[in-house]
Design a protein around this ligand. Sequence first.
Ligand code: IPM
Ligand code: MN
Length: 361
Amino acid sequence: MKKKYNIAVLPGDGIGPEIMKQAYKIIQIINQKFPIVLNTQEYDVGGIAIDKFNNALPKDTIEGCKKSHAILFGSVGGNKWNHLPEEKRPEKASLLFLRKKFDLFLNIRPSKLESELFYLSPLRQDISKKGFDIMCIRELTGGIYFGKSEYDKSKEYAFDTENYFKNEIIRVAKKAFQLAQTRKKKIVSIDKANVLKTSILWRKTVDEISINFPEIKLSHMYIDNATMQLIRNPSKFDVILCSNLFGDILSDECAEISGSIGMLPSASINENNFGLYEPAGGSAPEIAGKNIANPIAQILSLSMLIRYSIGNIKIADLIDSSVKEALLKNFKTKDISRNGENYISTEDMGNIICKFLLKRI
Ligand code: IPM
Ligand code: MN
């Protein structure tokens, strides 16, 4: 008997549906060829759900997520819904709500550049030729994203608050150390401890956790310096541990230097390994519907789902190496093509990755 897993699929807005279609092709292969079944059920989310139900996260969608082993998320948002009050906008009302609702505190964003693929990176050749393999761990349910905030229009005054309880830092830091054990055993923890109180607590707590992991080399870096060091010498980094806001910023930088935001997958996981898996790049409405978006971030998000929520490392590795083969063999979507020439479509990239996956089975 094949083991069955329920996956809630939430394609969302912009390029979400077209890149999700490529992930579905991979799912079909898995269901046919491997001893597991990913039982997908699709739900509305984001702007499209606002248009249909006046609610970015309908009840059915939440219920569907609750019944699932994991959520495969596309992307949400777009200009069409930007006039709405912030609480109703797709980003806040669906994505941030789901992160909080399911306590998805651990966000993993891997970004890799193979040295043979150095030309994908916008960095200078002598830097990109060294390649890099960075895992950005971002705290996802606390900090300034969820702190007290106000916008008083009459006074033209607004504030947001950054706040952390020690426990919130402990749980994400522990996961970062555990992940570092499986890698090069180096963590750089990011803060602004020369200015911010939350950062002082962050640094102190991470130092305390590190005592239990003597084999891991921990260092601390201010966020401003980190943005600089990442473009000067990304190969020096292994695991980067960040608060919610700093991780948001650094993970985009990591994605860009590895070639394109269209290649960055993301896993958001809770204590029970339930997770939401999404491309980190957003809905990119300006290129939606043109069959030019890069589906790699969505396909790698599926692979992360299989790795972390289902625990099947073998299948996840096969998907990852199929993506790598496509890139090494010079198949590129528009965003990663040199001079925007000789690129293949979203559909074709999906098909080629499927072909390489089938070859491996
Ligand atoms: C991300 C995105 C989100 C965030 C937005 C869409 C709310 O930028 O996942 O990085 O800021 O966390
Ligand atoms: Mn972001």
